[in-house]
Design a protein around this ligand. Structure first.
Ligand code: SAH
Ligand code: SF4
Ligand code: F3S
Length: 449
């Protein structure tokens, strides 16, 4: 970083970097580290690619449309490079960790200077220095299982919400999913590192800590499991909330639910991706749980934490899924009545097991099923939030309203979006709000003075 800094100090202006992270929170968190490193190397961050001396896309590979978007946006950078040959263009993240994608970039996007994979994020300054020094393209995509690199500088997007990865990689190999191939095997950060990072953030005034991992329930801190880690973090004094994602139902335990129920700081929110309501499909997906196990977990969570917000992910049109299988998913949705659901049409990922399976259902039919699912979720969501009207909720204010620009917005202990009549001073603070109206995706209320 020091060497790059020596180079950028010789520029006749302060160099500007534009970075964009696609995909999940884990990737966004990596993006904050990239910005942290850029900052240390003498760059200022800009949100205007037209003005940038350095442009980086931190990519996601989870579905085909995520990849197509990156290719489209990359193509559009060509004219910027023509205008400014000194512009450095970089692509990193999950997508380029796939060999065929890296090859395609090498061949069809000659104006891309730097491509590096998920396992060498911490070596980004070294790659950038090499470009300044040698003026040659750099492609660094080792297939190793990654390391944990502590101490990378972070430039956080928010002054009150902080993402804290607790583990990297995934061992689950759900048959549809590319993540284990592009992020390597599971590895957990040491509890001491996480606890001191969180303490430091709270001392600095951060109010929301978001713990990240592809399957936080398999956190292994050398004798400390995820519930143990949560209890340690919950014992820290201060005014803050803890959120986490994602929980895999196969490893979600009563102990975890009890930990949330008994906590001072942990949100009453469980994001528990079910993927399908058919045992046959769950088996083909390699999910290692069935509908009965899943339903039992949900019932236990609702018994221990009556106001818990329950959200999920669902895939429609997995290879070989029949309409009958799909109706079991609808049935489960009606039974559980999720507060909200992220729904996806299956996207074939090269190299995964599901990509080899027969997939006879047409895109048109999958589209129809998808719309049916949205309708059923819409009906359930309509009901879910009505019970909060009249209640007073403690809200962490985040910024301008989502239902109405003249309002302010934040989240409740259940992690539900709440809009209210705040002002700029409330941003980053907790306020008490009386709920007056329920939509199917948010609540609206008024501040209690
Ligand atoms: N590790 C998390 C989420 C990873 S990706 C978990 O296991 O829950 C987020 C969501 O994307 C998944 O829950 C799944 O619903 C969806 N997804 C993953 N691969 C997909 C694919 N090939 N096609 C469509 N949706 C997919
Ligand atoms: Fe993908 Fe499954 Fe791992 Fe989640 S748990 S990242 S869906 S393989
Ligand atoms: Fe996408 Fe990689 Fe996250 S594939 S969802 S950015 S781990």
């Amino acid at each position: 970083m020091k060497r790059v800094c020596a180079v950028t100090h010789m520029f006749d202006h302060v160099p500007l970097a534009y970075t964009h992270s696609y995909g999940c929170q884990q990737n966004v968190s990596d993006g904050e580290k990239i910005n942290g490193m850029l900052y240390r190397m003498g760059y200022d961050i800009t949100d205007d690619p037209e003005k940038a001396d350095f442009i980086l896309y931190n990519t996601c590979a989870v579905r085909e449309n995520a990849e197509n978007r990156v290719f489209g946006n990359l193509g559009a950078l060509k004219h910027l490079k023509n205008r400014n040959p000194d512009l450095i263009i970089a692509v990193c993240g999950c997508m380029v960790q796939q060999e065929h994608i890296a090859e395609r970039i090498k061949k069809t996007f000659p104006f891309v200077d730097l491509v590096f994979g998920t396992h060498v994020l911490h070596r980004f300054p070294e790659f950038l220095y090499s470009i300044f020094e040698k003026g040659k393209r750099v492609f660094e995509l080792p297939q190793c299982d990654g390391v944990i690199c502590e101490g990378i500088p972070v430039k956080r997007d928010s002054k009150f919400r902080a993402s804290v990865p607790i583990m990297y990689g995934c061992n689950n190999f759900c048959t549809y999913c590319i993540v284990p191939y592009v992020r390597g095997r599971e590895r957990s950060r040491a509890p001491g590192e996480i606890i001191s990072e969180v303490k430091g953030l709270i001392e600095k005034g951060y109010k929301e800590i978001l713990l990240l991992g592809q399957n936080v329930n398999s956190y292994d801190g050398g004798g400390m499991n995820f519930s143990g880690l949560l209890r340690e973090l919950d014992s820290i004094d201060g005014d803050f909330v803890i959120n986490f994602m994602t929980s895999h139902p196969k490893d979600c335990s009563h102990e975890l639910i009890d930990t949330i129920a008994d906590s001072r700081h942990i949100s009453w929110h469980l994001h528990l991706p079910v993927q399908s309501g058919s045992d046959r499909i769950l088996k083909l997906m390699n999910r290692h749980y069935d509908v009965a196990h899943y339903t039992e977990l949900v019932e236990y969570a609702r018994r221990r934490i009556p106001d818990i917000q329950l959200t999920t992910d669902i895939i429609v049109g997995f290879p070989g899924e029949t309409y009958e299988d799909f109706t079991e998913t609808l049935e489960l949705m009606r039974k559980i009545k999720y507060d909200s659901a992220f729904t996806f049409i299956y996207s074939k990922r090269e190299g995964t097991k599901a990509a080899e399976m027969d997939d006879p259902v047409s895109d048109e039919d999958k589209g129809k099923w998808f719309r049916e699912l949205l309708e059923v979720q819409g009906e359930c969501g309509d009901e879910a939030y009505k019970k909060y009207v009249g209640q007073t909720m403690r809200i962490l204010c985040e910024g301008r309203g989502r239902t109405d620009e003249s309002l302010y917005t934040g989240k409740s202990r259940q992690n539900i979006i709440v809009d209210f009549n705040g002002n700029e001073q409330h941003i980053g603070q907790f306020v008490d709000v009386k709920i007056t109206r329920a939509l199917n995706w948010a609540l609206v209320g008024e501040i209690i003075q």
